[in-house]
Design a protein around this ligand. Structure first.
Ligand code: CP
Length: 318
């Protein structure tokens, strides 16, 4: 696999074979966990797993990604240490994020998981650290482990990825999740389209030629998978983007009326956090086609699989 012992920063890095390996191990871990409430015993006993250390360095808020990596590590028998509150770290005394990364890497973790806002200096530093780094969400750039767990959830629900049609709805322009999903899903044969107000339309080269639906209902009819996105207010200019939340909600919120346009076996995803009433209504969150919590569950198994592969751990099929 191309990322064994390497950093994993972008969906671009993964071949179809890599993804197949990650998914097959994640499915094995999930199946075993459902039977025995553990999967660490599948990992080769030659490895002193409790001696492996994952450093989590999150300078932006997170619930799912941070806890999911911690849960995945704990289930594997690997320990984590976490810097997740900049206010109680030396960042609050003026140390730079780049020096924070350098100093934590100097403690010799086996892996580092990072989350931070756009920072070109930090982007350069994480590429030269002495340990492999996993991108746990970098600015509006990418969130590749989210895309992996999203693709795994689609495959689980529909039994395949090739030929699926995913509609991404909302703040595409500021979404690292949308960027990672667009690359990964297209590589796996999923057709990707989006529906967004002009203020949130993607402008980067990578999105050129991606289908854009003006009408949310038409897009919902076309799709087999719909993904809502959080409106990323923290990445909008301080002066705002010229679109009020009331206007956004009126045209782009997915509620019961919109969900009627999704086929009966279609699925609705959202990477979280969901801002209820703005992106999705409380009603659609209770619909059986909504797989938001399945995404979260799958995130643990997918991240455990990814970390075990990156660390070169062997796993036995039972
Ligand atoms: N999906 C996601 O990245 O959620 P968190 O911001 O809570 O980690």
């Amino acid at each position: 696999m191309s990322i064994v012992g390497e950093s994993f920063l972008s969906s671009e890095q993964l071949s179809e074979k890599d993804i197949e390996q990650i998914f097959s191990r994640a499915a094995l871990f999930k199946k075993e966990f459902q039977k025995t409430k553990r999967f660490d015993h599948l990992v080769s006993h030659n490895e002193a797993l409790h001696q492996k250390m994952v450093a989590m360095v999150f300078s932006e808020p997170s619930t799912r990604t941070r806890m999911s990596f911690q849960m995945a590590s704990a289930r594997l028998g690997i320990r984590t240490m976490s810097l997740d509150n900049p206010q109680v770290s030396s960042l609050s005394k003026g140390e730079t994020l780049e020096d924070t990364f350098r100093n934590i890497a100097a403690m010799l973790p086996d892996l580092m998981v990072v989350r931070y806002n756009t920072n070109l200096d930090a982007d350069a530093v994480i590429r030269e650290l002495p340990c492999p780094v996993i991108n746990g969400g970098i600015g509006a750039y990418e969130h590749p482990t989210q895309a992996l767990l999203d693709a795994f959830t689609i495959q689980e629900a529909h039994g395949k990825l090739k030929g699926e049609k995913m509609l991404i709805v909302g703040d595409v322009a500021h979404s690292r999740v949308a960027n990672s999903n667009m690359v990964l899903l297209r590589r796996l044969g999923v057709e990707v389209a989006y529906c967004a107000p002009k203020e949130f339309e993607p402008t980067t080269e990578a999105w050129k030629g991606v289908r854009n639906f003006d009408s949310l209902n038409e897009g919902m009819e076309w799709a087999s998978v719909v993904m809502g996105l959080r409106v990323q207010k923290e990445r909008h200019a301080s002066t705002g983007i010229g679109l009020s939340m009331a206007e956004y909600r009126e045209r782009y919120r997915i509620g019961g009326d919109q969900l009627k346009h999704l086929r009966s076996d279609g699925i609705l995803l959202h990477p979280g956090p969901v801002i209820r009433g703005i992106e999705l209504s409380a009603f659609v969150l209770n619909d059986k086609r909504t797989k938001v919590l399945d995404q979260v569950t799958n995130g643990v198994f997918v991240r455990a699989s990814l970390m075990s592969i990156m660390l070169g751990l062997e796993v036995q099929q039972k």
